[in-house]
Design a protein around this ligand. Structure first.
Ligand code: AMP
Length: 224
């Protein structure tokens, strides 16, 4: 992999973004930065940001750009992100993408790649409905496709797994709609800049990781 690796992973709810982002981060020795995880942490801690984001997240709606941009900006300025990062869940809008470009430019950096995990909507909904997460370390499992070794117990730390409260079917439907509305312009934004690589996200977890690695190593501008 490259020396400085500034990556964005895009994909609808249930596309496997979180799982793959963690793997890429571990492979590259760079942090996995999930806007959803950061927001959930603020909610748990009851910070002003967490309280402001709560109502939007409960309804499966996007949290306003200014709040999320501030949150990610702070995180990207942390020392561990100096040599790269894997962004997961951010940007979700063109305004966020523009803010990210400005933020990186101010540090003399630019994105290395934007990886889009593409999975049919029906598969996305089924995956999200089967998802279980660890409330302690954030690891993600799926009852059908990626079960924990012991039912409902995290492989990594033994905590009891939970269903995310926004993985309920009615909230999933709202999130899929929200994703679709935002994704088109965002994909166009990165396609125009020659950064976008589309990866088939419907294979096994290992197959998708390998496809992502190849896409990261492929020369710029070869395909999108
Ligand atoms: P996620 O874990 O990425 O699926 O995010 C869970 C929820 O957090 C979303 O449904 C939104 O309400 C909120 N959220 C996460 N990332 C963003 C973002 N980049 N912009 C706006 N809202 C976000």
């Amino acid at each position: 992999m490259h020396e400085e690796l500034d990556l964005v992973l895009l994909g609808g709810v249930g596309a496997g973004k979180g799982t793959q982002a963690r793997r890429l981060a571990a492979l590259g020795g760079i942090p996995h930065i999930s806007s959803g995880d950061l927001l959930r942490q603020h909610r748990r801690e009851g910070t002003p940001l967490g309280r402001a984001a709560d109502a939007y997240m409960q309804r499966g709606q996007l949290v306003p750009d200014d709040l999320v941009i501030g949150l990610i900006g702070d995180r990207l300025r942390a020392p561990d992100a100096a040599t790269g990062f894997v962004l997961d869940g951010f940007p979700r809008t063109v305004a966020q993408a523009e803010a990210l470009d400005r933020l990186l430019a101010s540090q003399g950096r630019r994105l290395s790649r934007v990886l889009f995990l593409s999975v049919p909507t029906a598969v996305l909904q089924a995956r999200a409905a089967g998802r279980l997460i660890c409330p302690v370390c954030g690891a993600s499992y799926n009852v059908q496709t990626n079960p924990p070794r012991l039912a409902c117990v995290c492989d990594l730390d033994g905590a009891t797994l939970i269903r995310r409260d926004d993985d309920r079917p009615e909230v999933i439907a709202a999130r899929v709609e929200e994703d679709k509305a935002q994704q088109g312009p965002l994909l166009a934004y990165y396609r125009e800049r020659g950064l976008l690589r589309e990866i088939d996200g419907s294979g096994s977890i290992d197959e998708v990781t390998e496809a992502l690695r190849q896409a990261i190593d492929s020369p710029e501008g070869v395909r999108d």
